[in-house]
Design a protein. Structure first.
Length: 260
């Protein structure tokens, strides 16, 4: 049988999602080992999207194939007893063999949270990105409009990105403020490596007055990563949700613990 599960994690102590080998703590083997203990056999999981080192998730989705017969409660509660405090399973569902955590997804939603004040934060220091220069929201919103739609996002991908094509479709790119927080939330069919952090880096430069709103379009059309400015830190980045067709019957992730 094939089982889909929701996963949330605090990315601070991880070198990313994908297994990297001995001595480098990543999320994939931690989750696989916990689920193997419940299935009573080794398992290999497939995720909706590999997150980078330091990136958090409330809405990661995975699937596995297993011969074990367990109810949904057993997968969740059982796996969580074998997981460290910074990783948790939030739900489990039996799904058809045609379901794939990555290929069946229709979009992904990321949120980037910036603490925008002169004083550095202490309590939430590793869960938000601190930016001490004042950010103006409206120029960031104007720039965001030029990044909507399907484009070649070569200027916003990491040099080591292994995706076969740089073309992605950005359906939504919202910017808003809540108190001292500035939030950027982006939804796309898929993302390139470091794409969200590079988008945010450009928007922050525009919001701080270092560049005009038209610069985002110029960077996009250049298709040259060298013109794209600074990659924003991983601290404030969250994989919020992976969206699937309603027919999949998967639960939506909770957002009550999400900053902003």
């Amino acid at each position: 049988m094939r089982v889909a599960l929701g996963v949330e994690y605090d990315g601070r102590a991880f070198k990313g999602w994908q297994r990297l080998g001995e001595g480098r703590r990543t999320i994939q083997p931690v989750v696989e080992n916990a689920l193997a203990a419940i299935a009573n056999h080794p398992v290999r999981i497939h995720c909706a999207g590999r997150t980078d080192a330091g990136v958090h998730a409330l809405g990661q989705v995975i699937h596995l194939d297993t011969e074990a017969r367990r109810d949904e409660r057993a997968w969740v509660l059982g796996a969580n007893t074998h997981l460290p405090n910074d990783v948790g399973i939030t739900w489990a569902r039996s799904v058809p063999a045609t379901f794939h955590a990555r290929h069946s997804a229709i979009s992904r939603v990321y949120r980037y949270v910036i603490c925008n004040r002169r004083e550095r934060p202490a309590v939430t220091a590793a869960m938000v990105t601190w930016y001490h220069q004042p950010l103006t929201i409206e120029p960031m919103r104007l720039a965001a409009r030029d990044l909507l739609g399907e484009h070649d996002f070569s200027a916003f991908r990491a040099a080591e990105c292994q995706s076969r094509t740089p073309v992605r479709r950005v359906d939504r790119l919202d910017v808003w403020a809540k108190g001292t927080l500035v939030i950027v939330e982006v939804e796309a069919n898929a993302f390139l490596q470091h794409m969200v952090r590079n988008l945010v880096g450009v928007l922050m430069a525009i919001g701080s007055g270092k560049a005009k709103p038209t610069w985002a379009r110029e960077v996009l059309e250049s298709r040259d990563r060298r013109l794209g400015g600074v990659t924003a830190p991983a601290d404030g980045l969250y994989l919020v949700e992976v969206r699937y067709p309603e027919s999949c019957g998967l639960p939506r992730p909770r957002r009550d613990l999400l900053p902003g």
